[in-house]
Design a protein around this ligand. Structure first.
Ligand SMILES: [Zn+2]
Ligand SMILES: [Zn+2]
Ligand SMILES: [Zn+2]
Length: 225
């Protein structure tokens, strides 16, 4: 007698393909497509056979010692990257896992999260645009739609009304000159805040300090209410 699983977990081959495509997507963000760089990287992060597998499944092609994702490969790579980076946000912002625990767990979750679950996580987190490492999260259908059925639990400060209270979740100001200043003034993830006014500037009390912020900065501060 054979029993079939109703909702099978991804096979290890499928997981390896997804892992490899995630690596390739990241390399494409770094503008790297040279075969001599990509090949050892795939061997190291996945295994020796994966390159041939990707070629045979028409996810990848090789031209003049450069590797190119096919349309099918690019779509899958974008999707797995989206699931990985949303998982990172979920683990760090909502579950508050330590940074060492985020990567291995995001790497497992990305293969299990379905498109529907990814959309719900994305909506719940207020359609984040960056992962905790500052990499871009590819947009999904949910990010384009105006109507939201799930109330996000993380929102940017500019969308809060005066009197809002909560905790700072994260700041997306990686390359912004004000980032370190804001951190040193107490806008550290986890700090309770109180938003006093939103016009003409955002006046926020956080920890020991009260700060007046421009809208441009308020848009980059994400809070949990
Ligand atoms: Zn992974
Ligand atoms: Zn990341
Ligand atoms: Zn979204």
């Amino acid at each position: 007698m054979t029993t079939e699983k109703k909702y099978p977990l991804p096979t290890s081959e499928q997981e390896n393909i997804e892992e490899a495509l995630g690596v390739l997507w990241h390399q494409s963000e770094l503008m790297e497509n040279r075969l001599e760089v990509i090949l050892p990287l795939l061997e190291e992060t996945v295994n020796k056979e994966i390159y041939k597998t990707l070629i045979s499944k028409e996810l990848l092609k090789e031209e003049n010692n450069k590797i190119l994702l096919t349309e099918k490969g690019e779509n899958l790579a974008k999707d797995i990257t989206r699931r990985h980076r949303l998982a990172e946000r979920l683990l760090s912002d909502v579950l508050a896992l330590s940074s060492q625990a985020i990567d291995p767990n995001a790497c497992k979750l990305e293969h299990i999260i379905s498109t529907e679950v990814a959309e719900s996580i994305c909506t719940l987190l207020g359609h984040p645009t960056q992962c905790p490492h500052g990499s871009l999260i590819p947009k999904g259908d949910c990010c384009e739609k105006a109507t939201e059925t799930i109330e996000p639990i993380i929102t940017s400060l500019d969308k809060c009304t005066p009197g809002s209270k909560g905790k700072i979740a994260y700041l997306i100001l990686q390359n912004h000159p004000d980032l370190h200043k804001l951190l040193s003034l107490g806008l550290i993830p986890g700090t309770p805040f109180n938003l006093h006014q939103t016009f003409p500037t955002y006046v926020i009390e956080a920890g020991e300090t009260t700060l007046a912020l421009e809208k441009e900065i308020a848009e980059k501060i994400f809070v949990r209410q």
